[in-house]
Design a protein around this ligand. Structure first.
Ligand SMILES: [Zn+2]
Length: 436
């Protein structure tokens, strides 16, 4: 069933325009995915909601949007050039490469050679940074990296943000953007991709043990609550603390939030206590002062950073898996209305009755000013409901003959399939009240 669920979801994503394989007509490009008309809306809604909660509704977080390409020194400072590696082994028969720390994938590959015993090369450290070149000459001089995580673009602007705004510690800097990793074996649909998007807050605090503990716990709860508020099932989510030997090179403490995916419990966001690693390294490598001067006490220090880092694509994948519901006669994507691609769909009961189509069109044009609204006049109502259920549209509005007499429409709820009559003039408020 679990394997099956992944296959069903991948098929639905393609069929309904959530996610397609990247450059598919050329046979694809491993580890890349394209979001279709419905998927791009879902992704945008998730990012917008995240930004609203982090930046718009808080006094202590501001946003930035830093460049993907950075001075290569920034990656030396952050330790990525040296330590951002996975151990790689190569099958001596077919020369395919795998991660030495993924025994299940190695076992699977060994089976693929049937009775032949595979010899593997010794593990080598393989750097995950994606290289590129700027300027007219290829070579060391012009070599740059596409960012392997979005964090660095925030830290290098710490000074700028402190000097150009009124932020005071504790405060955070939020950012959403793309990152790139030369994953050896991308897989599990969008889970392990080579190009992906992250949403992160670097939250700067006073360098004190108690402050560190307090904010680490605060952000753990805050982030778990975010995913629960999107309707994800509690039993499918858990925290997992990193053991001492698996923490990233910068982390003092780290916890993942994991989802119970069909391919096992899997990390899609982390809360990391990075200490003063980033700022002190950037101070050392750039020679620029990264200390913060407390305006009240006059103390100077390099702040600590509590980071929350979420994969946008992984979040989307797990929100989709969690929302996927099979009922007797339909598949329903029970996505939270807050992030559903379309909020409303409008139908005329019959496509060949001008009065119905005209009225429905009028409602459609009015609602779309406030909500992403779908229009459908194909086939019968039942089929239109099924199509909207599969893309997770929470409400369908139907204009029927009675509408022309009493000015009311039928609003059908996605999850319960219950129908309510609502006055046309009250539709907007009806949806707004359900979306907050
Ligand atoms: Zn092989």
């Amino acid at each position: 069933m679990a394997e099956n669920l992944m296959e069903k979801l991948v098929a639905l994503c393609k069929r309904r325009g959530f996610i397609y394989p990247g450059s598919e007509i050329y046979g694809g490009l491993g580890g890349t995915w394209d979001y279709g008309p419905v998927g791009s809306l879902l992704k945008k809604n998730l990012k917008d909601l995240w930004w609203k909660e982090m930046v718009q509704l808080r006094n202590d977080i501001v946003g930035v949007d830093a460049a993907i390409m950075m001075n290569p020194k920034a990656w030396e400072a952050s330790g990525h050039v040296e330590a951002f590696t996975d151990p790689l082994v190569e099958c001596k028969i077919c020369h395919q490469r795998f991660r030495a720390d993924k025994p299940e994938e190695i076992a699977l590959h060994e089976k693929s050679h049937k009775d032949v015993r595979i010899e593997w090369t010794e593990p080598q450290q393989f750097n995950l940074l994606v290289k590129s070149y700027l300027g007219v000459l290829e070579g060391k001089q012009s070599e740059i990296f596409l960012r392997g995580e979005i964090t660095n673009g925030v830290h290098v602007n710490f000074r700028n943000v402190v000097d150009s705004t009124r932020v005071k510690i504790p405060f955070g800097i939020a950012q959403i953007g793309k990152a790139f990793r030369n994953e050896i074996t991308p897989g599990n649909f969008t889970f392990r991709s080579r190009e992906f998007e992250q949403m992160e807050v670097q939250f700067y605090i006073k360098p004190e043990q108690n402050e560190g503990k307090k904010w680490f716990e605060y952000w753990k709860k805050n982030r778990m609550d975010f995913y629960l508020s999107l309707g994800m099932a509690k039993e499918n989510l858990r925290f997992r603390d990193h053991a001492d030997n698996e923490r990233a090179h910068y982390a003092k403490a780290a916890t993942d939030i994991e989802y119970k995916a069909p391919f096992g419990w899997s990390e899609f966001m982390g809360i990391h206590h990075r200490g003063d690693w980033d700022l002190s390294r950037h101070q050392k490598y750039s020679g620029k002062d990264m200390t913060y001067k407390d305006p009240v006490s006059g103390e100077s220090y390099i702040p600590w950073d509590i980071e929350t880092s979420a994969g946008v694509d992984r979040s989307i994948l797990f929100l989709l898996l969690d929302a996927y519901t099979e009922e007797e006669k339909r598949i329903v994507m029970k996505l939270s209305p807050k992030i559903a691609p379309y909020k409303v769909a409008v139908f005329p009961l019959l496509a060949n009755k001008e009065e119905l189509v005209g009225k429905a069109r009028e409602i459609y044009e009015s609602l779309r000013k406030n909500f992403m609204t779908a229009w459908d006049d194909r086939g019968n109502i039942g089929k239109r409901y099924l199509a909207q259920d599969e893309i997770g549209t929470p409400w369908c509005v139907t204009v029927d003959f009675q509408t022309l007499e009493d000015g009311m429409v039928t609003v059908r709820d996605r999850d319960t399939a219950q129908q309510t009559r609502v006055k046309i003039g009250e539709l907007k408020d009806y949806f707004v009240s359900h979306l907050i």
